[in-house]
Design a protein around this ligand. Sequence first.
Ligand code: SAM
Length: 292
Amino acid sequence: EIPEIASPTRTKAIMEAYGLTFKKSLGQNFLTDINVLKKIVSAAQVSTDDDVIEIGPGIGALTEQLAKKAHQVLALEIDERLLPVLSETLAPYSNIQVVHQDILKADLEKLIARYFDGKHNLKIVANLPYYITTPIIMHLLSTKVKLAGIVVMMQKEVANRLAAKPGTKDYGSLSIAIQYEMDCEVAFIVPKTVFVPQPKVDSAIISLTMKEHKSEMPQDETHFHKLVKGAFMHRRKSLWNNLQGLYGKEADIKESIEKALQLAQIEPSIRAERLTITEFVKLSDALLVNGL
Ligand code: SAM
């Protein structure tokens, strides 16, 4: 019987057989621990009810474990060199499609319509290339496709920022951008030692699920996101200072900011990191009402 792709010896043997080196520029740190891979698949609760999209299959270690549980797996890999490897390593599985594709340029709606039957839940499961973790999450958020869940591995620091609660040092515009749309939870931590080559930092598996109803909607989402970014521009400064940085320091503008803060019942001296998403929504609407 062929051993799992994930073992360190098989990973090295495969890379050698194809004369391949790991491309740092593409975030190629491959997982070589079968238990971690299985934990990722069970954190995503993958079953035959699910069609799964994997971002960056590498040599197929996670893809293989997904295929054992899922209905169908679609794996998107940017590195052309890995395609012949994947067609060999994944040959035993009839429910996997590998496509040569940059995830950031992928039209998920089109891919899904082409490769899936539309009768199954859609999940994203991946060990992400770390150099583009945030752009990938933003790209997934921006698609209109209804995703039943996203379970992805990323740097521990970024995972902590995504899942951070108000009042903590990790809480910022990224936490709000994500949590506005999704419930977000760190499932478990993965030590850097289970990767080949070993990255500099530990990793975490994060589980994201679309909120059934966005709890609170600002009148203008673009305005809301601009406000959140601006409010965190200088973390050490007060909200009052950052709002002036965002809207201006002229007397009439200051007056409007003051009125908006009053209307939203928010202390000007507070720091942005103390504000909940609900408060940001209130503030965004109050600023609009006051012409900002
Ligand atoms: N899934 C494998 C594993 O867990 O061992 C490999 C994960 S490795 C951290 C990230 C993978 O993403 C690499 O195979 C890399 O070539 C691929 N990748 C990097 N940038 C990508 C992009 N923009 N679109 C699709 N895949 C990408």
